[in-house]
Design a protein. Sequence first.
Length: 580
Amino acid sequence: MEEMTKDLPPNSGFAELPLRDDNPSTLDLLGFEDIVEAVEGTVTREQLNPITVGVNAPWGGGKTTVLELLLRHLEGREDLIVVFVSPWEYDRTADPKAALIDSVLSRLQAVLEKERSTKQEVLDKLKSLRDRVKLTKAIKLAATSALTASLPKISDLTDLFSDDNESDPTLQGFRDQFADFMGREELSSIKRVIVLVDDLDRSLPDTVVETLEAIKLFLSVKKMAFVIAADEDNVARAIGQRLASTGQPTRAREYLEKIVHIPFTVPALSRDRAEEYLVLLMLADVENITDVISMIKDSRTGERRSLASRLDGVVDESRRSDIAVAERLAPVLHRQTQGNPRRLKRFLNAYWLRTSFARTRGVELEPDAVAKLMLVELLYPDMFAQMLGWLSAGVLNEKVAGLERGEGEHAQQFREWAQLEPALAEIDLAPYMLLAASLRGETVEEAALPPELREIAEQLASDAELIQKKALRATGKLGAPEKAILARHLANQLRHQRTPDRQKLLALALSALAEDSALASTAAEELRHMDSREILAPVPLALIVHNKPDEFLTLIREWAEDEDAPTPTRRAASEALAGA
């Protein structure tokens, strides 16, 4: 992303781009209201006491959005206390159990202290509970255990969870005291303390297990509810790693099921929902966005209509093009992202950046054309490389026109992409293609090289003889067009090298490859574009070590007679010709 933004001029309008951050939206752009209501109904149900709910989704699937929306639902209720924690953010030197417990107790204390009717006796009892979990002692204990590589002593545990020798230092003892506190008559107005746990799947295995243990062993008492938003597979993997390291049976799923009573899975966005999400991301900056969301939600039932028609009269005419772009992107993006909200948002941000950057570089393309080109560039890089090859060969528009007519042998995805609006065959695509290649730090020829040919090219220019021979065997299986692409690529690489060793290796690779006149002609044509002052002495001889085609001999003769070429290079060229 930095490569696309670092050269933007001050007046590029970059500051006004409608980029969307990765923070959960306070609006329900994803249509998760039904999931949030289900989770809310579960954690506030009196019969389920205590209760732990899991909200499962992969990376970028909307877990945190569900928690944030749930938080908004719950915060307005006076009979609930809500605690939002992220174990991933805990200091690595801290004890995760103690950190989680203290977060809960700290929130309880803050709420109760605001209530003027709270008796000092209750506050003192809560303070006593907090004193039993001393984070500073937890840090010290963790450091001591790490330094001595030994298990903590009983005295350490007593000191961590107790201020006096008479208190029970065990986990069960703490849990019993916490249960007694939550059951006090003075706390009867508090129906639930709901702990929302985010990013657990991003934590280290030790933190994952110790957080779950804190929930199960310390805090699972009446009036407590937990919502754990995480990728279940990642959490199970972390549990398995932790259990394996302690020599215990690695039944991670069973371990997790004992803690999470009711699992909810956040569904991937359907194609229709992905389209709606893209439109809402496009329009998130409009003043009446809540009306737009309501209209989309209310119009889901009944006759199937396009989003543009469903939002008629709600969205200003100037923003209709945004809806059109989203509708065109949705089918392909949904298939490639599997309906993952974060991936959809990342593509849209890249699209806005590229559109702005192209405009500042004089690339005049309609936004929907940029979107279509970006689809093939980012989602189908091999196909985009093929298009760059067509550009290099001067047949881009001709090939695109045939592709859009359904002609030629192409991958199904490429054919489907070609049928998307708008048609590109009549548009000058070269400026965009050149920009796309340059943003990757490559020439068109380099960017157009397919991955399998790129690997062969690297091996041909290797300084290891065995690797070179392997690459030569691989070139024997290639057709003439692929060999020509290789020859042009290697020659172009040589043109841009400034060290003798590298120039020599590339020249040797060309000599080995140039087994016929056509390949030699292709390479020689490319090398003639090289500034003769940059040709170093090893090149002329290396170019005819394996094969001595006339095209190379003619080129070397030109170098020998070129007064601008360095004297060592002219001398080496003459010696090469004499030895040929």
